[in-house]
Design a protein around this ligand. Structure first.
Ligand SMILES: Cc1ncc(COP(=O)(O)O)c(C=O)c1O
Length: 441
């Protein structure tokens, strides 16, 4: 490697001893990239630039804070709203008015919704949505599609089934610690496979209280009739339809992707992008359903702090003013086209998927995890945080994309040579990437 990572790697070793699994988020674990070369820690981030602990500077063409930093790092407008909230006291005995202003803003953007509750992270907001839906319908069973976080209601699908969640973004999620009594309470169906939801309804319809799905995770349109079919099955069974917009929201438009797709939720859940990295999550829904939050107990101290809603108001207003959705779509499309052209030029077989602003590809090769690690390693040497996923930020400009694609072109050439010469693993400085969830030792 032509870069020094001494302090970054030392911090990782120390962290492994103090924090089980090293980090709080699987997607930020260095082994997801290449353990031994991925810097793992940052000292500063601004716009699209990131500095690691050893002072190396990178342009971030990877996961943009795993989709949280939709505008870019340390956005001046969002930060000044947060600084003002801090100067005026970010927490107090009384409530902050920003949460009312944000509720108004979210309901303006989503006129079908009448009320809003808040949390600070996506997974807990999904747990709130599921609790409200169960409280409203009085029925326990859940049909779901996609990834929804770490909570018991979701992981319970893997209890006694081995790997029911395997087809929903993250394979290998171990439900250890989830009560075995929850087995048989949540059932997965795949996107575009209405027949799978129909089967769940046939078998469990009378106990089905909630249907949960991600709005979208691909660039192509949903299959004809799928979204209307899901809505019709929710109406038929009386289940509350919860649309998870934690990743899809504020990527293609200012608001939920369901607005663009024509999907009609009862509840929608946002986090990540709405705070540009500051912790905030919102559960929005039809007023009569949201009122069921009062039938049960949903309450937490730090859900009332001020920086989250202050950041969300500033992020959403800026997102709308600059039409960030249009920019993210265009940048994402350019990156994807570039991947495709580089792969063709160097005779490599890759498979691209995801929404345009949240795209990823897989090397179609038996050593794809080693090839991914080589890509990470050689892109770092060229000054980019990069892997096989790209999350667009408003701060990404065309010049970043063209410099990045020049580097990808050169690195794909080297990877193609490594494949031809059968010299993949011997060129790795770090370890092959890890796929999905595994214990970190
Ligand atoms: C669609 C979706 N739902 C839920 C979550 C969980 O959100 P968080 O990581 O904030 O708990 C994620 C995170 O990636 C997500 O993409």
């Amino acid at each position: 490697m032509n870069i020094k990572l001494k302090k970054s790697l030392a911090m990782q070793e120390k962290a492994k001893k103090l924090i089980p699994g090293m980090t709080q988020l699987l997607s930020k674990r260095p082994d997801q990239f290449s353990l031994g070369v991925w810097p793992g820690y940052y000292s500063k981030a601004k716009g699209v630039e990131v500095w690691d602990l050893d002072g190396n500077r990178y342009v971030d063409m990877s996961i943009g804070g795993i989709g949280a930093n939709v505008l870019g790092y340390a956005d001046p407008d969002v930060d000044s709203a947060v600084v003002e909230a801090i100067r005026n006291g970010s927490s107090c005995t009384l409530n902050c008015p920003e949460e009312v202003e944000l509720a108004e803003l979210l309901c303006e953007l989503h006129p079908w919704a009448g009320m809003v509750r808040y949390a600070r992270t996506g997974g807990e907001a999904m747990a709130i949505a599921v609790r409200i839906a169960r409280a409203h319908t009085g029925k326990d069973k859940i049909a779901f599609c996609g990834y929804h976080g770490w909570h018991d209601w979701y992981l319970s699908a893997n209890v006694g089934t081995g790997n029911a969640l395997g087809g929903h973004l993250l394979p290998g999620l171990n439900p250890c610690g989830v009560p075995k009594a929850l087995a048989g309470t949540s059932y997965p169906f795949r996107y575009d496979h209405l027949e799978e939801l129909e089967k769940i309804v046939k078998e469990h319809g009378k106990d089905l209280g909630v249907i949960v799905m991600e709005a979208v995770r691909k660039a192509e349109k949903p299959a004809d009739g799928f979204l209307d079919g899901v809505r019709a099955l929710a109406d038929k069974t009386g289940a509350v339809l919860v649309v998870d917009e934690i990743s899809s929201g504020f990527r293609m438009n200012t608001g939920g992707a369901h607005l663009v797709l024509g999907l009609k939720p009862d509840i929608a859940v946002f986090s990540k992008a709405i705070g540009n990295g500051y912790p905030i999550a919102a559960v929005i829904g039809k007023a009569d359903i949201m009122q069921s939050a009062q039938k049960t107990f949903i309450s937490s101290t730090c859900w009332t702090e001020r920086t989250g809603p202050a950041a969300a108001i500033a992020t959403i207003r800026k997102h709308k003013a600059v039409n960030a959705g249009k920019h993210l779509m265009s940048i994402g499309q350019k990156v994807r086209n570039g991947w495709e052209e580089c792969a063709v030029r160097h005779g490599m077989n890759i498979e691209i998927a995801g929404m345009y602003p949240m795209s990823h590809f897989t090397f179609k090769h038996e050593k794809h995890l080693s090839l991914k690690a080589l890509l990470v390693q050689w892109m770092l040497e060229k000054g980019f945080l990069a892997s096989t996923s790209f999350y667009a930020m408003y701060a990404h400009k065309e010049e970043h994309v063209s410099l990045y694609l020049d580097a990808v072109d050169q690195v794909f050439a080297k990877i193609s040579d490594a494949i031809k010469d059968n010299k993949i693993d011997e060129q790795l400085v770090g370890l092959p990437s890890t796929a999905g969830f595994k214990r970190l030792t």
